[in-house]
Design a protein around this ligand. Structure first.
Ligand code: GDP
Length: 200
């Protein structure tokens, strides 16, 4: 299940521009600052695979990275750049939604959720939207190493409430995995999970 090689393939401005082959793919989404680049770098064990869509900008693109010449990691625009008054609302463009709804080779969406904070409405909205549209997903909890000294919820409690709150969005609750890009915790679990889904 290890990643031996990763190459950047292309950035697509429309779902219809995405690679046309039928290799399976995993889309990675989450709030800005959730730890997406750190996680991808930890998976790939490279300091920078350069997620080119990192900066929130006007042009939204879908980035395809080919792993071991056999499957894709897809980096999608993040959501919830907190400045608008309605920033709690999930703000995906028709473009991102179109990708989810049309992409036949999508195996699972990896929804990254920060375990160091209590559930955020925007992440719940995202899970809800994906659930309503029957899009396969995996909750990947990030920053699980980040324990609070005294006050505040610990990662385990945050995860428990997130799972509790999202239960009603699904007929079958999605699989979930705890990770930390700092300690490497969960890395092998996540790679194994993805390889199992690919071969399913
Ligand atoms: P992105 O905006 O989603 O790509 O997030 P980054 O990967 O740039 O991470 C955002 C911040 O969270 C940075 O300050 C990281 O150092 C920190 N961070 C990311 N992953 C972890 C983690 O697993 N544990 C801890 N403690 N901090 C993390």
């Amino acid at each position: 299940a290890q990643i031996k090689q990763v190459e950047y393939v292309k950035s697509s401005a429309r779902p219809s521009d995405c690679p046309k082959d039928d290799r399976p793919e995993f889309a990675i989404v989450g709030r800005s600052n959730v730890g997406k680049s750190s996680l991808v770098n930890a998976l790939v064990r490279k300091k920078e695979i350069a997620l080119t869509s990192k900066k929130p900008g006007k042009t939204q693109v879908i980035n395809h990275f080919l792993v071991n010449k056999s499957w894709y990691i897809v980096d999608l625009p993040g959501y919830g750049f907190a400045n608008a008054p309605d920033s709690v609302r999930m703000d995906w463009s028709a473009f991102t939604k179109g990708y989810f709804l049309k992409r036949k080779t999508l195996v699972s969406v990896l929804l990254l959720v920060d375990a160091s904070t209590p559930p955020q409405q925007i992440d719940l909205d995202c899970a809800n939207w994906l659930g309503r549209n029957d899009i396969g997903m995996t909750f990947v909890f990030t920053k699980c190493d980040k324990r609070k000294a005294k006050k505040g919820n610990q990662p385990d409690e945050n995860i428990r409430s997130f799972l509790q709150l999202t239960r009603k969005y699904y007929k079958v609750p999605p699989p979930w995995i705890m990770t930390s890009s700092v300690t490497g915790f969960g890395r092998d679990d996540l790679l194994l999970h993805m390889s199992q889904l690919r071969n399913y």
